[in-house]
Ligand binder design. Structure first.
Ligand code: GRG
Length: 302
């Protein structure tokens, strides 16, 4: 697909590097190690382990798009990464996905034990909300409260936790329906991406139409993100292990390619990205990072 004209000379890599460095510095400052050290060390271990910082960058980009500043959104941007990181720590636990590695290093519970990893996740979740309330400056209190409300909704049983619970229940069920698969990913993945985008707009004082438009952008890129992830899982497994083993692995669980096939999955992801970019049409040149991030999601499958 051709890039949108407005974006031909936009350098996404340097944008991500610059904004990512700002987020990295703010996260580094957000978490000091004090007594009882082990819990702070464990929190820092996972938060400072890298990652694309996509959620904070989306929040900063949207705040600027709607006329706000990076500074207004930075505490919320950091909080989003804290919530994302805590969801990864809990997701990796033996009671959930039981993973040994994350972001190129041992998972939190492999280093600190299950007990500390659970508590590090809990502490990060609580601190995220405290951090928004405590550190946000030059934003009306009603907007800060709205961001806190939206984040709570996106993380709890109506969001990430709800998606995770349905995901766990669908383990070992390759005949899971497309509706259930969509439910899982809209809640597990898209909900946090959506609140990342929307909170940036809320902090900048956007009106409801703008918020809803940006919310649709985020839902579309969130679902596309997951379809692409599933496609890459199949194609990288096929490359590494050969087609027959790839199919065996797929059979444990329904994925978009297991329901639609690879070509249709790629097409659906492309359509979602196109729809996401259409939502950005009314905005000026500051939309370029959001357009480029949308394109970047599907570029990985072509
Ligand atoms: C949120 C209270 C609370 C509990 C956690 C475990 C759980 C409930 C939810 C699972 C959420 C989960 C792991 C969703 C997958 C999200 C996802 C797409 C992760 C990968 O995101 P990237 O590619 O990763 O942005 P990096 O490492 O780059 O940040």
């Amino acid at each position: 697909m051709m890039p949108t004209d407005v974006n031909v000379d936009f350098d996404l890599n340097s944008y991500l590097a610059t904004k990512g460095a700002d987020v990295e510095a703010a996260l580094d400052q957000s978490l000091a190690v004090v007594y009882p050290e082990v819990i702070y060390e464990s929190m820092r271990y996972s938060v400072m382990a890298g990652g694309k910082r996509l959620r904070p960058i989306l929040c900063l980009a949207t705040c600027e798009l709607v006329g706000g500043t990076s500074a207004q959104a930075m505490p919320t941007a950091c909080a989003l990464e804290m919530v994302h990181t805590m969801s990864l720590i809990h997701d990796d636990l033996p009671a959930m996905d039981n993973d040994d590695y994350r972001r190129g290093q041992l998972t939190n519970h492999k280093v600190y034990g299950d007990d500390v990893a659970i508590l590090a996740g809990d502490a990060l979740l609580a601190y995220a909300f405290e951090f928004i309330a405590d550190r946000t400056e030059d934003v009306p209190a009603t907007a800060v409260l709205d961001v806190i409300r939206r984040l709570g909704h996106a993380v709890g049983a109506a969001g990430l936790v709800g998606g995770q619970i349905v995901d766990l229940a669908s383990e070992g069920k390759p005949d899971t329906s497309i509706e259930t698969l969509n439910f899982i990913h809209i809640h597990k993945t898209a909900a946090l991406l959506e609140v990342s985008v929307v909170s940036g707009a809320v902090l900048a004082g956007a009106d409801n139409d703008t918020i809803e438009r940006l919310s649709r952008y985020a839902q579309n890129i969130g679902l596309a993100f997951q379809i692409v992830d599933d496609v890459l899982d199949v194609t990288s497994t096929q490359e590494e292990l050969g087609k027959s083993i790839g199919k065996d692995i797929q059979a444990q669980k329904a994925t978009y390619p297991s329901i639609w096939g690879l070509d249709e999955s790629r097409k659906k992801a492309d359509d979602l990205i196109q729809a996401a970019k259409e939502e950005l049409e009314p905005f000026g040149p500051l939309k370029r990072p959001l357009v480029a991030i949308a394109d970047f999601i599907t570029a990985r499958t072509h």
